[in-house]
Design a protein around this ligand. Sequence first.
Ligand SMILES: *[C@@H]1O[C@H](CO)[C@@H](O)[C@H](O)[C@H]1NC(C)=O
Ligand SMILES: *[C@@H]1O[C@H](CO)[C@@H](O)[C@H](O)[C@H]1NC(C)=O
Ligand SMILES: *[C@@H]1O[C@H](CO)[C@@H](O)[C@H](O)[C@H]1NC(C)=O
Ligand SMILES: *[C@@H]1O[C@H](CO)[C@@H](O)[C@H](O)[C@H]1NC(C)=O
Ligand SMILES: *[C@@H]1O[C@H](CO)[C@@H](O)[C@H](O)[C@H]1NC(C)=O
Ligand SMILES: *[C@@H]1O[C@H](CO)[C@@H](O)[C@H](O)[C@H]1NC(C)=O
Length: 735
Amino acid sequence: MAFSNLAFLLFLFCSFDLSSSYLTSLSKGSSLSAQDIIVSQNGIFSAGFFEVGDNAYCLAVWYTEKADSENTPSVVWSANRDQPLNGKYSKLSLSHTANLELVDAGQFQIWSSRTESHEHVELYLNNDGNLVLHELQGTVLWQSFDCPTDTLLPGQLLTRQTQLVSRRSESNRSSGFYKLLFDSNNVLTLLYDGPDVSSTYWPVPWLVSWQAGRFNYNSSRVAVLNSLGEFSSSDNYTIRTSDYGLALQRRLRIDSDGNLRVYSQDLSRAKWYVSWQAITDSCNIHGICGPNSLCSFDPKNGRKCSCLPWYRVKNQSDWSYGCEPAFTPTCNKSESTFLELHNVELYGYDNHFVENHTYSYCENLCIEDCNCRGFQYTFDEGSGKFQCYTKIQLHNGEHSPKLKGVTYLRVPRTKSFSSTRESVKKDDPVCYVHIHRDYLGKQVSRFSYFFLWFAVALGAFEMACILVVWCFLMRSNSKSGIDQHAYQLVKLGFRKFTYSELKKATKGFSQEIGRGAGGIVLLVYEYMENGSLADCLSSNNTLDWSKMYNIALGTARGLAYLHEECLEWILHCDIKPQNILLDSNYEPKVSDFGLSKLLNRDNLKDSKFSMIRGTRGYMAPEWIFNLPITSKVDVYSYGIVLLEMITGKSATADIQAVNGVDTYDGRLITFVREKRRVASWAEKSIDPAIGTDYDDVNKMKILVTVALDCVEEDKDARPTMSQVVEMLQRHETDP
Ligand SMILES: *[C@@H]1O[C@H](CO)[C@@H](O)[C@H](O)[C@H]1NC(C)=O
Ligand SMILES: *[C@@H]1O[C@H](CO)[C@@H](O)[C@H](O)[C@H]1NC(C)=O
Ligand SMILES: *[C@@H]1O[C@H](CO)[C@@H](O)[C@H](O)[C@H]1NC(C)=O
Ligand SMILES: *[C@@H]1O[C@H](CO)[C@@H](O)[C@H](O)[C@H]1NC(C)=O
Ligand SMILES: *[C@@H]1O[C@H](CO)[C@@H](O)[C@H](O)[C@H]1NC(C)=O
Ligand SMILES: *[C@@H]1O[C@H](CO)[C@@H](O)[C@H](O)[C@H]1NC(C)=O
């Protein structure tokens, strides 16, 4: 018999797999081969050779029960994760001098416990999952709890000598880039230790330890998870899992995505679930998207990696490699320019930091330095100064509306954007704006004037669909109630109507519904059950406060997306109730991009408007006074629309001419401002036609405040569209 040399074999489990044999311990002079498994007395843990690949094995401890899904962790410790063994002829032997040796195919020693004893010793698997080599009197010579891999089991200590190291990926169990350890300041930290760079990302790196609630003067450096679900560390960091006290089994693991999680098994043993995790926004984990990339996170769809503009992905199936430049970097100053990226910050790798200097000083600092890849120039409200950080490497990039930073990326000065086309991947979550522009450019030379307008109308419609559907379906949260089906629509593309189909449907364009400024236009729209907001406002069917709130929030989200999520600005320039369409659930869609404008961020000064755009009554003062046009013009128009909704009055009723342009004299704004000046203004509804209850009063107050902020004369005093979204969202759930 292959294992006749085993000193004792307490019992054999009933098994369908007749090639496996189950034992409880190993003693001097005996060995374990790939078929043998040591089982803990309670049956929960098993130890032996665990198959990690084709005929590749690791000496490991795992949960005996089969995992219920791929994500469920089962291996809790392994000796040779980076050097798996051949399944045949490999064995683990306990020598006569009490050394445990792992030998590959009978020849190479891969691992050993480096122990020695002349007493009787045995290798035993405890009920807590600890594989222990001990003398029969009790002295422990070696134990797996002293050399953790990526997991801490309840009662197992993380000490100054040990660390947890994640696996490389979900499918590759060898050592990865993420570590949990005590740093030299006695603080328990998560570290990204990548092939080229390394940095700490937990606790939040820009806080000093006491700000992060850590105490760095206890040098005992121990951390432990107990069986009830409390994890505590000697730096005074303590957490309790969401299921404190309730679960059957638990483990703390540093996962291949760099997050630290506690997994629990429910009392029925049916499943494992995450009962705690260290990091909620997974974009805060360093290195997760690799260098030269941007990470964006939304709670519904999770994390998404994309390359910075002018960079291309290195390995689509493994983002840890990040992106590489799709251009030849140059030191020639006149060949570089800067691309402005809003709501983008790149953490670390600054070689200069200066405060209270102008933008051009900061730009110059970067352009004079051959190694500078970009810079961040941001107004810091805390210090009241502009701050300038120049970057020598581009790591830990994050793109999120909550980030106030503006990053200027150094890119080649090239006339055409088309050279970057190949670097913008199809599934790049950033924007599709370039493609549209190129499409328009080509049409000019090929079509006659009439067909140009046809193409522009269709192009605008298609872009409107892409942006609108994208904004409202992908970006709005689950509240919008739009389902997977609509998402499929986005993925599958749009229905194209042929000219003859349209001709047939409209009976040869016999009926003229309306005219555009340039004559009769052909526009195809998705059918919107509730028509436009203008229809709603003019009909007697008044909107209640909740519907209004929803429309205000939805419209703000759409505009915020256009203004800020895209890497180039898109100004709508014609926000008015006629262009806000309502579906059957009163979910708004912004339409009519006929006047919209793409602003080229790398050359803002050159983006001139050849004509005034918009509709009288809704146009911001900048248009009239010939001031720089920014996204704040849409904010102003949005504010006017809110005022119309709130008061039921029309903004176009009182028009007067200023500088030869018809414009609204501001009577509506004054009306609402005056109303609000009265202390008890909120007690009576601003629009007597709309009833109010307690909840409505709050909604009304917020809408009035937001609306008045948006119509400030000074564009800098107006909030951005994403700030509007934040204000509305913050109060949405308030009682
Ligand atoms: C697993 O990752 C390691 C380290 O990156 C690599 O050397 C090894 O080839 C990978 N194994 C597989 C099967 O991909
Ligand atoms: C240091 O931490 C250990 C473990 O948490 C604790 O037992 C000990 O009391 C702490 N010492 C001090 C001085 O806080
Ligand atoms: C540790 O945390 C507890 C509870 O938060 C606090 O009362 C205590 O003062 C902290 N200890 C140290 C040494 O910071
Ligand atoms: C991309 O990464 C995957 C997974 O790590 C690897 O198998 C593959 O060989 C890589 N491809 C290239 C071109 O490096
Ligand atoms: C820098 O680039 C400009 C424009 O491409 C070129 O005219 C000039 O000669 C270059 N200067 C150097 C030092 O290469
Ligand atoms: C910024 O610099 C200007 C001129 O150099 C100086 O007058 C001003 O006081 C500085 N502001 C702050 C907040 O230091």
